[in-house]
Design a protein around this ligand. Structure first.
Ligand code: SF4
Length: 249
């Protein structure tokens, strides 16, 4: 092998300490990561520091990937339901038994409904070629992922308005003076780089008005029970001022 091979190429259990560059798969944002591996075990996760906008940051879910790997309460083997649906009864099985079980169920469904009787949905991300190939091999075009109910709609709306998809839009937090958010809270519905850009903008004095169409706990902390709410916040006005957009009572 070449002496200049990438640090990722070393074998899962290679001895010593090394940094492996990877991608977080815990949500569809797919943040680039640096993974510290010591003697074949992951000992630290952080954002890829070569990415200036992300730095070492990951969200709590991404950083928890380390504990997911070592959590002995997560399923360690395939499980097959052993009682009534909802009864919480499961038995541990081998991978051979689990795969035979799934193959038998798929065969039953294809015999009755044909391949199109099967639909497969996953959460999208970098590995969908595997799942899409699988469902197509069963004779079904019925693959969808969470983008079908989420980003796909944003893309379509953006295309109809501007003629290009949402990926062509860049938000200029750096020069924004007053940001109005309707519906999506960028520090709650989290994309780490965007949240960091938002916080940096707030720190330099950007104002933000947030209109929340949902009824949520925060809506009840004000003196009026309101939803949706508009919240105005700025460094000069650190306490929130909430005003009714539409009163519920
Ligand atoms: S936002 Fe969080 S969960 Fe999603 S890819 Fe980035 S670190 Fe992972």
């Amino acid at each position: 092998m070449s002496s200049v091979m990438a640090p990722n190429v070393g074998g899962v259990g290679a001895p010593g300490r090394r940094t492996v560059y990877s991608m977080c798969g815990m949500c569809a944002v797919r943040c680039p990561m640096e993974v510290t591996v010591e003697d074949g075990r992951v000992t630290w996760l952080q954002g890829n520091t070569h990415d200036q906008a992300l730095g070492a940051s990951l969200c709590a879910k991404g950083a928890a990937g380390l504990f997911l790997e070592s959590d002995d309460e997560r399923p360690q083997t395939p499980l097959i339901r052993a009682g009534e649906r909802g009864g919480g009864q499961w038995r541990r099985v081998s991978w051979d038994e689990a795969l035979d079980y799934v193959a038998a169920k798929l065969t039953e469904t294809i015999d009755v409904f044909g391949g199109r009787g099967i639909a497969l949905s996953d959460r999208g991300g970098p590995f969908t070629d595997l799942t899409q190939t699988f469902v197509r091999a069963l004779g079904s075009p019925n693959y969808f992922d969470h983008d079908a109910a989420c980003a796909g709609n944003v893309h379509n709306a953006t295309r109809s308005l501007y003629g290009f998809g949402a990926a062509g839009l860049l938000f200029d937090y750096q020069h924004c003076k007053h940001l109005v958010l309707y519906g999506r809270n960028v520090v709650e519905s989290l994309m780490v780089k965007e949240a960091k850009a938002f916080m940096a903008a707030v720190a330099r004095g950007m104002r933000c008005t947030y209109i929340d169409p949902r009824w949520r706990r925060g809506s009840r902390t004000g003196s009026a029970r309101t939803s949706p709410t508009a919240t105005t916040r700025s460094p000069a006005c650190p306490t929130r001022r909430r005003r009714n957009v539409r009163s519920r009572s």
